[in-house]
Design a protein around this ligand. Structure first.
Ligand code: FUB
Length: 335
């Protein structure tokens, strides 16, 4: 029989303590706005729903924004920035959000189930990085699935990456069309890719039909659906380092944060390796953010809740690039 983990030992061995302990937070998307680090996490609660593969136990109802002056500095919780009751189109499950700034307005992008139980992606706007945010009356037209990540490219274009398997419903879409008959492809078939669409100038809608991103192996073949150690599952993130686009993501049921690189925000991206080994808890989800000339990984685990998979805590650690642009793999519990 498996032994229960020694959580005190894991706390001691952890790469990072929880950034906050007074609430549970997960899926951290970090950005530097106005010279301060802002973190946009999910706000985990115990909604009293039993665990299932559909993720129904992740019953989150609002967002809090966290911020800090400098890496590893004291963290401020700015309180409720947006609540489910103030989102006209949404019915439940405020999952992993992200944020962007343009011309002094702040945009919170978030997934939620609509009135029919389908995940869509919404936008809410505000005047301050910490909110409050006011939700648009409808979700982004043509949006679906979960885990929006917005990337502001150096040429002024903004791209929204999204998608997630299983509870995130990505397997029920082909060519941006939903059908309950669709399922995950067979093991030897190409894996489903994450999606990307450029945003309109006002950042409120898709400026184009979402495209499926190709994640390639070292032979230039699309990763196979059965390649669970490397294929995309959820938690898309984009950053650019020394002119190269880095697409990073979670492999879900194998619990890795991996990355793939390319020369265009649309991909294709070639698999390069792992950024983070599995954490305590089923899910793993991250963001990568430069602060000055150093780079940081924001991630979460379930050590503080003693392994309760939907009660997570956001954490951070510095990441290091090798001269060839590859990223050193982090062990979340190096001891
Ligand atoms: O927080 C709910 C879901 O768990 C997120 O949307 C996924 O990325 C996973 O972290």
């Amino acid at each position: 029989m498996d032994q229960a983990p020694d959580y005190e030992e894991l706390e001691r061995a952890a790469l990072s303590p929880p950034l906050v302990r007074h609430i549970y937070t997960a899926d951290p998307s970090a950005h530097v706005f106005e010279g301060r680090i802002y973190i946009y996490p999910s706000h985990d609660i115990d909604a009293g729903i039993p665990f299932n593969d559909n993720g129904d136990h992740f019953g989150m109802e609002d967002y809090h924004v966290l911020s800090m002056d400098e890496p590893f500095g004291p963290v401020q919780d700015h309180g409720v920035a947006l609540h489910l009751r103030d989102i006209p189109w949404a019915s439940r499950q405020l999952w992993a959000p992200d944020a962007a700034e343009k011309d002094g307005t702040y945009y919170l992008f978030f997934p939620a189930r609509d009135q029919h139980g389908r995940f869509r992606i919404g936008v809410a706007t505000g005047d301050r990085p910490e909110g409050p945010f006011r939700a648009r009356p409808s979700a982004i037209r043509g949006s679906y699935s979960i885990d929006p990540a917005v990337y502001a490219d150096e040429d002024g274009a903004y791209y929204l990456y999204f998608g997630g398997l299983w509870g995130g419903q990505l397997q029920e879409y082909r060519h941006n069309r939903y059908d309950k008959v669709y399922a995950e492809p067979a093991d030897e078939e190409p894996a489903l890719g994450p999606r990307v669409a450029r945003l309109t100038d006002d950042l409120l809608e898709f400026a184009e039909v979402p495209r499926e991103i190709k994640l390639l192996d070292e032979q230039g073949e699309v990763l196979k659906a059965g390649d669970h150690d490397r294929r995309f599952f959820e938690a898309a993130w984009m950053h650019r380092y020394q002119g190269t686009y880095y697409f990073s993501y979670s492999t879900g049921n194998t619990h890795y944060i991996c990355y793939a690189t390319g020369s265009s925000p649309y991909g294709p991206f070639t698999y390069r390796g792992r950024i983070l080994s599995p954490v305590i808890g089923w899910t793993t989800h991250h963001s990568i953010c430069a602060v000055g000339d150093r780079w940081y990984l924001f991630y979460h685990d379930s050590v503080l809740s003693r392994g309760i998979t939907h009660l997570r805590s956001v954490k951070m650690a510095e990441i290091r690039y090798r001269p060839d642009g590859s990223i050193e793999t982090l062990d979340p519990y190096p001891g």
